[in-house]
Design a binder for this molecule. Structure first.
Ligand code: ME8
Length: 506
């Protein structure tokens, strides 16, 4: 079974930030989850290189555009590499093959008489790269998403894609396929966007204003609207229009933030319908991260969480864990370096890393560098083993974007239970008498084998640390397809070098 996961392609007018890191890390987690189910994966992430915003950012730095794009593209790629995002394809919309394919899509829609040329007067937000209706603006006439960028009054002749002929069909598609937009709150928001007749979508920009873009195949005075160009990446990444893309496309799932629901839920499906192409399988939408206290992150407030700063201070898995664990499905979630540090110390450090190092060091010290073989199991042993299997079972099933935090919660809850089990069984007392020595062996084995099961599940979320833990335990390779399975550690086998997985950070 194939599975194709996409992230948005990010504007390169600034450096990669925590929001970019988030969507790409979540996509990576879902990729690892699908792989654990035995699927063949394609994960794309990358950059959106065209449009007025990027053009002006290059000019502001006084750099030639090509050099600027290369610089930023490398920056994004490096950040995703450091975040452990195992992308299979890194998107650049400046790629020749992409540009040709986009022009081909435009020409085919033009040939179907779905594109018209007309004059337009209106308000434009550079942040959104979009014309705005009065009803889209705040009371003081600014874009609610980009209040500091100041909208501009524009009068222009442009090319427009007819949208209204497809509205009913799209609504029907949404009604027939409840999985198409997830979670439900965003499906409802999308239905709201489609409740009224749709204006034609402006799909060009005159070269007098924007040059950084793909030239229209039917009028060389214009470049393609950056969203039309960018959305098409999802098809051009898998080789469209050449044959071979179809199987991937049939299994395509887009991950996006709520800010870009309209382009993905309205423009993109209609572009595809206009071009006579099938719609993607699924759109998974998430809410946003904001600073502590619910305040939007901004440089002037000084509450911006820089992903690189975090991973340099705490390691990449502290960040991955926090993002996976604390994203709320239904509303914005709060983030700060302090919150990440706290969660890292109390959850990864105290609940997981500490138990592993205590149990494994005890085992090495008392059992000659080895993991002891277990004796007969008691009801307490059976109970904790069952709880562990139950808690991680969800990672052996299909995980949706919105399910991730609950699956992490289950793991932390069982980590608490494992700590209680370890404390109650008190192996340090059991080792003191020859009669209870075998019982001690069993407790150590049960604890470490349970931790192995947890770590196998966590390879989907914090692969670096989980991999290290598994090699400390000398565990066999994680099975694929994966299900939680007990007793994969061999009794009386050597343990690896025991390092502190999550050293405490102040
Ligand atoms: O919109 N919390 O690019 P972009 C969580 N180029 N995620 C966030 C976030 C936050 N506070 N801020 C941003 C574009 N994101 C277009 C996309 S796709 C064909 C073209 C994430 O650089 C989230 O995924 O503005 C959001 O949708 C995306 O970054 C927007 O990135």
């Amino acid at each position: 079974m194939k599975s194709y996961i996409t992230t948005p392609i990010y504007y390169v007018n600034g450096s990669p930030h925590i929001g970019h890191a988030f969507t790409s890390i979540m996509a990576d987690i879902l990729k690892r989850n699908r792989q654990a189910l035995g699927h063949e994966l394609m994960l794309s992430t990358g950059v959106d290189e065209h449009g007025q915003k990027n053009q002006e950012a290059a000019a502001d730095l006084g750099m030639p555009v090509g050099e600027f794009l290369d610089m930023r593209c490398n920056e994004f790629r490096n950040v995703f590499d450091r975040l452990g995002v195992a992308y299979d394809y890194f998107v650049r919309t400046s790629r020749e093959g992409h540009k040709t394919a986009v022009a081909g899509m435009e020409q085919s829609i033009f040939d179907r008489d779905l594109i018209v040329k007309k004059n337009y007067t209106g308000t434009y937000c550079k942040g959104c790269e979009e014309f705005k209706k009065e009803s889209d603006l705040t009371e003081d006439g600014q874009c609610p998403l980009h209040p500091t960028m100041k909208v501009e009054q524009t009068e222009e002749t442009n090319y427009f894609l007819k949208m209204e002929p497809f509205r009913e069909r799209l609504l029907q598609h949404i009604a027939d396929n409840p999985e198409f937009v997830q979670p439900e709150a965003f499906r409802n928001e999308l239905k709201q966007m489609l409740a009224e007749p749709l204006d034609d979508l402006c799909i060009s920009r005159p070269k007098t204003r924007v040059t950084l873009g793909i030239e229209l195949p039917f009028d060389t005075d214009f470049v393609t609207y950056v969203w039309f160009d960018a959305l098409a990446n999802y098809l051009t990444n898998i080789g469209w229009p050449e044959a071979g893309y179809e199987d991937w496309w049939a299994e395509c799932e887009h991950m996006i933030g709520k800010d870009i629901l309209k382009p993905h839920g309205v423009y993109w499906p209609i572009m595809l319908m206009a071009a006579g192409l099938p719609l993607p399988k699924k759109l998974s939408v998430h809410s946003h991260w904001v600073g502590a206290g619910g305040v939007k992150m901004s440089k002037s407030i000084g509450n911006v969480v820089d992903p690189i700063e975090v991973i340099e201070k705490l390691g990449v898995d502290a960040l991955r864990w926090y993002l996976a664990r604390h994203m709320r499905a239904d509303s914005d979630s709060q983030i700060s370096v302090e919150f990440i540090t706290q969660t890292y110390n109390t959850e990864l450090g105290n609940k997981i890393g500490n138990l592993l190092s205590r149990a494994a060091k005890f085992s090495k010290a008392r059992f000659d560098g080895k993991l002891p073989a277990p004796g007969p199991l008691t009801a307490e042993d059976e109970a904790i083993r069952k709880a562990v299997v139950e808690a991680v079972k969800g990672m052996g099933d299909w995980v949706n974007l919105a399910d991730i935090p609950a699956r992490m919660q289950a793991i932390i809850t069982v980590a608490d239970e494992m700590n209680n089990y370890f404390a109650e069984q008190a192996p340090w007392d059991l080792i003191k008498n020859e009669e209870t020595r075998e019982r001690c062996q069993t407790v150590i084995y049960v604890t470490l084998d349970s931790l192995r099961v947890v770590m196998e599940a966590l390879t989907q979320v914090i692969p670096g640390s989980a991999g290290k833990a598994l090699s400390m335990l000398n565990a066999p390779e994680v099975a694929s397809p994966w299900k939680p399975e007990l007793d994969r550690l061999t009794g009386d086998s050597d343990l690896g070098e025991i390092e502190t997985l999550f050293p405490r950070v102040q």
